[in-house]
Design a protein around this ligand. Structure first.
Ligand SMILES: [Cu+2]
Length: 175
């Protein structure tokens, strides 16, 4: 009887040791698995971030550019042909009165007017291309240095906000 008890006791003891050992193995196996998981989601999150700022520069505020005359150009003769280019907004006749459109304005040797008020009409040196034109010819321009500013304004002739403005300086040379 005693020997049986000893065997039983020894057997229970072994079983307990095996069970303890198994728990330890499990306990050791789990911790390394846990820290391995967090770095994985961090990888797919990284490529998504640069995609967002890349899309922003494409859609900026409207811009205007004087494509002719070029800055520092020397124009021979008394006529100065001006060509214009707008980006990010539709150029339309002011008479259409459509929100989200604009038309070109030129200021020759004249300072820009306040961005808060209508660009004046009938003022020397200020031209409204109110029919949606993208070019204009100044006649009888005096020889010497000149400054030309282009500005976009809405159908009410109020400058866009933020202002869409471009400036060139050129020289007229007598033929
Ligand atoms: Cu106008």
């Amino acid at each position: 009887m005693r020997t049986i008890h000893r065997y039983l006791a020894a057997g229970l003891g072994l079983a307990a040791l095996v069970a303890l050992g198994a728990e330890r193995v499990q306990a050791q196996a789990q911790p390394p698995a846990a820290p391995a998981t967090p770095p994985a989601p961090a990888v797919p999150a990284a490529p998504a971030a640069p995609a967002m700022p890349a899309a922003r520069p494409a859609a900026g505020p409207p811009k205007v550019r004087i494509t002719s005359p070029q800055n520092r150009a020397v124009v021979t003769g008394t006529s100065v042909h001006v060509t214009l280019e707008a980006q990010g907004i539709e150029i339309a006749p002011a008479s259409e009165e459509r929100p989200g459109t604009a038309h070109h304005h030129l200021f020759l040797d004249t300072d820009l007017t306040s961005p808060e008020v209508k660009i004046p009409q009938g003022t020397t040196g200020i031209i409204h291309l109110g029919r949606g034109q993208t070019e204009f010819t100044f006649d009888k321009v005096a020889p010497g240095p000149h400054r030309l500013i282009a500005e976009l304004a809405d159908f009410n002739h109020i400058p866009l906000k933020p202002p869409a403005v471009d400036t060139v300086r050129f020289t007229v040379k007598a033929p």
